[in-house]
Design a protein around this ligand. Structure first.
Ligand code: ZN
Length: 167
């Protein structure tokens, strides 16, 4: 696999690996934490919630009580469909290889989102390139999670317990 990466792409990948502190998931985790939301990582849930012990697609952040998940997607691997996204461009060599690979990735992502929605989970996808504007991302997350929190409060009478039993 690695061999098929273009030189340009490889150096980009290496840069991603080495810049641990700016990893997109970490940025989103920090934002959520700062907003007071607690979460589990990589789709982990109890077997009661999902028999496999994890949710379809291993969402990056799981907000169990709110039945909500956030995926933080790299624009390249997950092929961000936004026209303005430069990071999602298909490399110029091995076009066929990449096209097929990306088709599979996109299909898998769509299948996972659908599966999650089918079992009653709310989903939000944050794209890597969106992180250029952290305030916008913060608002997006806030809107997404706060609306679920209100729903949760309306249907639950053990909120006080929840506040202490944060994921
Ligand atoms: Zn993008």
């Amino acid at each position: 696999m690695t061999d098929t990466l273009t030189k340009e792409r490889r150096s980009w990948t290496m840069a991603q690996i080495h810049s641990k502190n700016t990893k997109p998931e970490l940025i989103v985790r920090k934002l959520c934490f700062g907003m007071g939301f607690r979460y589990r990582l990589q789709g982990r849930v109890s077997k009661k919630v999902c028999p496999k012990g994890f949710l379809p697609g291993h969402p990056d952040l799981v907000f169990r009580k709110l039945k909500s998940v956030i995926f933080v997607n790299g624009c390249f691997w997950h092929q961000h469909s936004d026209k303005n996204c430069k990071a999602s461009r298909i490399p110029k060599s091995n076009i066929e290889f990449w096209t097929k690979k990306f088709e599979r990735n996109v299909e898998r992502d769509q299948r996972n989102l659908k599966e999650l929605q089918n079992i009653g989970w709310h989903t939000l996808v944050i794209w890597e390139c969106e992180l250029k504007n952290l305030n916008a991302v913060k608002n997006k997350i806030e809107q997404f999670l706060n609306s679920k929190e209100i729903q949760y409060l309306e249907t639950s009478n053990d909120y006080l317990q929840v506040a202490e039993d944060s994921n």
